[in-house]
Design a binder for this molecule. Sequence first.
Ligand code: G1P
Length: 297
Amino acid sequence: MKRKVTKAIFPVAGLGTRFLPATKSIPKEIMTLVDRPLIQYAIDEARAAGIKEFIFVTSRGKGALEDYFDHAHELEATLKKSGKDDLLETLRTTNMESGAIAYIRQHRALGLGHAVWCARRLIGNEPFAVILPDDVIAADKPCLQQMVEAHAEVGGNMVAAMEVAPDKASSYGVLDIREDMGAMVSVKGMVEKPKAAEAPSNLAVIGRYILTPKVLQNLNRMKSGAGGEIQLTDAIAEEIAKSGNVYGYRFRGQRFDCGSKAGFLQATVAFGLARDELRDEFQRFLFSMTAVQKAAE
Ligand code: G1P
């Protein structure tokens, strides 16, 4: 029987310089889409996929993340006393069971592969997930859950994948497809941020992974790749030759690049419109803004 995926790594050590000055004093992952921090979306997705242990790879200045997942007893008591049960429920989604969450420091910013490697001792010898909270995915069935189900069939290593405009492929890990089976593709190569002319396809890696512990062993060698960083993509690509077991999974859902300002704004609009209590007023506002914009042109 294939081992269940119950652990997930959340690499959250990045400085978030693209969002300065906001990120001068708050971690990027605490920035909110409507009223929930980016990290909450990632945690909810992981929970829906059956993840029980949450491993954060952090860095200096990320204390607010630890506080966020702490139980706020006083606040809970106040809400309870005033009968605000809805808010109490909302607040409780941020609570973590004791011992279910761990924080590891990445002492030097050596790349995504290195960040994941920092969590190796907490992973041990079992498959694990990696979630990049910058990639927010709106989907009927959460993306990682779709992947866990697909992974239960094929095992091995699996990355979320999405077609991107060919001129954007150089911003991603890109898959070289061996066999296209529809939602799933088997992979014969993977390149991190290829030059536009060298991209093997326009099927890009999005920040959801289910990996075997062998990838962590590959990272032991600390080989640096694109941008001089230790790349997760390279460590996964090594498994293609070794085990042949690497798959891309075209998830169903809409991905927002919340690592960029434009993507963050788009996500804000999409998640705002998805909320029943906000939709009508927000939609009216967006229409009126569009009309003003058109009139000005
Ligand atoms: C990382 C990965 C890249 C992947 C991307 C998805 O890059 O290294 O392979 O395509 O996330 O968002 P980053 O965006 O951190 O540079």
